[in-house]
Write a protein of this length. Structure first.
Length: 295
């Protein structure tokens, strides 16, 4: 039976609308040629998409956080070498190198088989789907969730809690979870949460609310804290950043009272002494000096 022209046009419009709703076809990730991928959600489910370019930061580039680097690098090497290792919560002040440290691990250990899958907080319910796609791969994966925190009433933390517990949605043996956050406990705590505190055996026991809020971060085997720099630490990092930037241009800039005073003013303007602030100032200072010298 031949359809009339009006019905054909209607069907074409419907098919066109449906086609726009469907995700664009994505190539299966070739992990032999891909170091990192991100989970991209769409209306039906989601898929892993290769990230063609990754930040070139290495462990040697990260200054002022030697203790944190050593702790995280040791855990990662244990994992890569097939030994027991922990999921990690990297928490602390903004701009102190938490995310950069995870990315630097990839650049340092990719040749040993390390790979990264980045997932957003809103996509944590897709963790079982992600695990299904990587568990048979002959690589070691860090599932990376950056800048994670939960607000009161959000329930998506429960799937992460279950995964960290090794319950129904347990991560495969070739996957660890590294999370960065400004909050140690990931979920905000308020004064009224302590209302249920009680004394048992002479000890103050936390309320059920506090226990529930702490239970997620407790499931990370390692807590690695990042603090703001002292002024001396900050200036030392600024000096090293300037030296490294100058090396790229085969130039030398003196370190003197003028640079030091400018770096301190910059940190006051930013209201933060950390590696990010030091690097931003160094780029500004070196760029200005080299440009002025070329005129």
């Amino acid at each position: 039976m031949e359809l009339d022209q009006e019905l054909k046009q209607q069907l074409k419009r419907v098919l066109s609308a449906v086609e726009q709703m469907l995700p664009q076809p994505v190539d299966v990730v070739d992990w032999s040629a891909t170091l990192a991928a991100a989970w991209r959600s769409h209306s039906v489910s989601g898929t892993l998409e290769a990230m063609p370019e990754t930040e070139g930061t290495t462990l040697d580039d990260l200054l002022g956080i030697d203790e944190q680097k050593q702790l995280v690098a040791d855990n990662t090497r244990q994992f890569i070498d097939g030994y027991p290792a922990n999921n990690i919560l990297l928490w602390g002040a903004r701009g102190t190198g938490k995310s950069s440290l995870v990315r630097a691990l990839l650049n340092s250990y990719a040749s040993l088989g390390l790979r990264i899958v980045q997932v957003d907080k809103d996509d944590l319910h897709h963790l079982p789907d992600i695990f299904a796609q990587i568990k048979q791969q002959p690589y070691r994966f860090i599932l990376f969730c950056d800048d994670l925190s939960f607000e009161v009433g959000e329930k998506s933390y429960k799937i992460l809690k279950s995964v960290l517990d090794g319950a129904v949605y347990a991560a495969p043996a070739n996957c660890l979870i590294y999370v960065t956050s400004n909050r140690r406990y990931l979920i905000p705590q308020y004064d009224f949460d302590n209302i249920g505190n009680h004394i048992k055996g002479g000890e103050v026991r936390a309320s059920e609310t506090i226990e529930e809020k702490n239970s997620l971060s407790d499931r990370f085997g390692l807590w690695v804290s990042f603090d703001s720099f002292s002024q001396d630490q900050y200036l030392n990092v600024v000096r090293q950043c300037i030296e490294r930037l100058c090396q790229d241009y085969e130039r030398h800039l003196p370190w003197d009272a003028e640079v030091e005073a400018a770096a301190i003013r910059w940190s006051h303007d930013k209201s933060k002494r950390c590696g990010r602030t030091a690097y931003q100032f160094s780029k500004r200072w070196v760029g200005m000096q080299l440009r002025a010298g070329s005129e």
